[in-house]
Design a binder for this molecule. Sequence first.
Ligand code: AP5
Ligand code: MG
Ligand code: ZN
Length: 214
Amino acid sequence: MRLILLGPPGAGKGTQASVIIKEYNIPHISTGDIFRANIKEGTELGKKAKEYMDKGLLVPDELVVSIVKDRLTEDDCKEGFLLDGFPRTVNQGEALDEELKQMSLELDKVININVEKEVLIQRAIGRRICRDCGATYHVKFNPPKKEGICDVCGGELFQRDDDKVETVKKRIKVYHEQTEPLIDYYTKKGLILNVDGTKPIDAIFEEISEALQG
Ligand code: AP5
Ligand code: MG
Ligand code: ZN
């Protein structure tokens, strides 16, 4: 299964990704996670990406596209993959199409998670992530059993640098301007699967997996 998860910041892409990849046994490729790992390791790429991410802006296409192209040629992508947060511009979408064409592969679906702005802000500012395993929580909507501690591995939970309210608002604006045109792009290709992202996490996953089977 070759899938893309599309949707505004805080829509629940990462949350759904964590269950979809288990169901289909495919790798989760999140460009945001790749950048954050590079920032943590202090690489050149991480330093460049951080300048944009902290402002709520997109990292330039030329830094993103080559990373994804390389990642797609790795062995674990042979049976499929789940892209989360890529593509994020029509230019990235076209670059992905070109790469898949060269690999003689086709996308199965583009899952578009819809959530309105006010909810997105609440979700992003309440999000907490495990430092050790990356599991995602929300202080109100999906709290860990013990405050500040990961249920899965006991790691410490932290807040992302770009989850401050002003940065979240900027990210949503950038999403509308630069990423939303991709909905039209993939609708024309007949690949869009629209899901209501305001439902409970389990119900959204059920809707997605039913649609992918059908
Ligand atoms: P990225 O890391 O991709 O961030 P994003 O797109 O802004 O999306 P988020 O990760 O914030 O939200 P999500 O949809 O994954 O939601 P989540 O599941 O965590 O990108 C970060 C930055 O990197 C970008 O701003 C950009 O600078 C750069 N970047 C990355 N990719 C790029 C690219 N291709 N090109 C250029 N730049 C790029 O859920 C959010 C919260 O809500 C959680 O707390 C969760 O527990 C809760 N929640 C989830 N689902 C539900 C539900 N159904 N009900 C209630 N609560 C829920
Ligand atoms: Mg995410
Ligand atoms: Zn953990």
